[in-house]
Design a protein around this ligand. Structure first.
Ligand code: SF4
Ligand code: SF4
Length: 155
């Protein structure tokens, strides 16, 4: 168990390094432009990019934190950061680790290949906005959608 925890911490550290999260100066510019504040009525500081960065740097259980699954993966926070931190890459990297370690995470994966398609909170937001059309959303990644299309249309 100790070994597992050590490995998990090392993997998280790599994601923090790759996304440059260690350079964050806590200015809050990413949070000011993050679309999640308008997407979710339950939006909180913990869910914000700055909040996720803080928790990733300071807490031991970021991979089990539900805040990780609300981000729709835009470029706004990354573009505006004066320190070159990518909240987008940080969230994507942490989600990848969370999916490996905790299969009961909020990830929605492609039913054919297992790639991440979206997350439960993001899909909930989409459903709220699409209303009646929600049942037409399939859980296939773009690659598998193309494969299915090719299989259907190849004689
Ligand atoms: S904009 Fe950059 S430096 Fe400022 S809080 Fe966000 S990640 Fe940190
Ligand atoms: S990548 Fe995610 S956390 Fe960063 S600004 Fe966009 S929605 Fe917010």
């Amino acid at each position: 168990v100790q070994q597992d925890l050590k490995g998990e911490k090392m993997m998280i550290r790599m994601v923090l390094e790759e996304s440059k999260a260690f350079f964050c100066v806590d200015c809050g510019k990413c949070t000011a432009v993050c679309p999640m504040a308008e997407m979710y009525p339950e939006f909180s500081q913990e869910m914000s990019p700055r909040g996720i960065i803080r928790q990733a740097l300071l807490s031991d259980n970021i991979l089990q934190n539900d805040c990780l699954w609300y981000c729709p993966g835009c470029h706004a926070g990354t573009r505006i950061c004066p320190e070159g931190v990518s909240c987008r890459d940080l969230v994507a990297g942490l989600r990848k680790l969370a999916m490996e370690k905790y299969p009961e995470s909020q990830a929605l994966v492609c039913t054919r290949c297992g790639a991440l398609v979206t997350t439960r909170p993001v899909l909930g937001y989409i459903h709220n906005h699409l209303g009646e059309k929600q049942n037409t959303i399939s859980c296939l990644c773009p690659f598998c959608k193309r494969q299915v299309y090719m299989e259907r249309n190849t004689i």
